[in-house]
Ligand binder design. Structure first.
Ligand SMILES: NC(=O)c1ccc[n+]([C@@H]2O[C@H](COP(=O)([O-])OP(=O)(O)OC[C@H]3O[C@@H](n4cnc5c(N)ncnc54)[C@H](O)[C@@H]3O)[C@@H](O)[C@H]2O)c1
Length: 257
């Protein structure tokens, strides 16, 4: 049985990824900070995380940890290994949106928060998970996946801090893949388009538009479902499909324009 750790797992794309990995036969440690209302906008809650756990009794453990804290993320990966004896998959889906103004009007805290969650959080999961993958029974089947964004390749209006952090997250994946050369472990990124989650609602709120107007940037002309993005993430996590995807980004965006 393969074992996975997924961050940002209480809701949205992270929660859908947990459910998909379970369907693919994994045991999953589902990590979320469950900050609730103690954040710039409401985050996943302990009740959300509990409902992800109860969707797959015996196969998912909920674990509250903040990806900004590397010691807490090491404790999370240690718990997965102590419980199930190995670690094969790590998905960094935790993310936060800061912005809503021009860069020069944004508080420095916008960059600090986006950086610490969206970039450092990816680094922390890689630093905690990869040594266990390399020491485990099947490094060639091990996969690291970071969830990035169109903000990894495009300058999105009034989201400069988020842009910076997502470009950095992709840079971390590229550097990690280079460091893993020849080990069999691969690292890739998945860039979702507008996906029906709380973050999409927050994006529309920051822009003062409807989610339908955001989705106009998608050739698919509708929001993606979290499950559709999770299917692309699960493909990157799979032993066979994920082997050829290394150091690059899969655009699960319905066609971005
Ligand atoms: N929804 C979209 O349209 C969209 C588009 C592009 C990229 N993304 C990316 O997809 C990923 C998932 O986003 P989503 O749309 O599901 O958003 P979401 O807000 O619904 O879920 C994000 C989850 O991450 C958790 N989280 C945030 N900060 C954390 C931290 N410091 N430690 C641990 N957990 C933390 C939240 O509590 C929440 O449960 C993010 O990385 C986001 O940037 C989303």
């Amino acid at each position: 049985m393969r074992v996975a750790v997924v961050t940002g797992a209480a809701r949205g794309i992270g929660a859908a990824t947990v459910r998909r990995l379970v369907a693919d036969g994994c045991h999953v440690l589902a990590v979320d900070w469950c900050a609730g209302a103690d954040a710039p906008y409401p985050q996943g809650t302990e009740a959300d995380l509990a409902s992800v756990v109860s969707s797959a009794p015996g196969q998912v453990i909920g674990h509250v940890a903040d990806v900004r804290n590397i010691a807490a993320i090491r404790a999370a990966t240690d718990r997965a290994i102590q419980t199930w004896g190995r670690l094969d998959v790590a998905v960094a889906a935790a993310g936060i949106l800061t912005g809503g103004t021009s860069l020069w009007d944004a508080p420095a805290s916008d960059l600090a928060l986006a950086w610490s969650v969206n970039a450092a959080g990816v680094w922390h999961l890689a630093a905690a998970a990869v040594p266990a993958m390399l020491a485990g029974p099947d490094p060639a089947g091990c996969r690291f996946v970071a969830v990035v964004s169109a903000a990894d390749h495009t300058g999105l209006f009034h989201l400069a801090a988020y842009n910076a952090s997502k470009h950095a997250a992709l840079g971390i994946v590229r550097g990690l893949a280079a460091d893993l050369a020849g080990t069999g472990v691969t690292a890739s990124a998945v860039s979702p388009g507008s996906t029906r989650t709380a973050m999409l609602d927050r994006t529309a709120e920051l822009y003062g538009v409807t989610t339908d107007e955001l989705v106009a940037h998608q050739l698919l002309a509708r929001p993606l479902a979290p499950e559709e993005v999770a299917a692309s993430i699960a493909h990157c996590c799979s032993p066979l499909g994920g082997a050829a995807l290394n150091g690059g980004v899969v655009r699960a965006d319905g066609g971005f324009r």
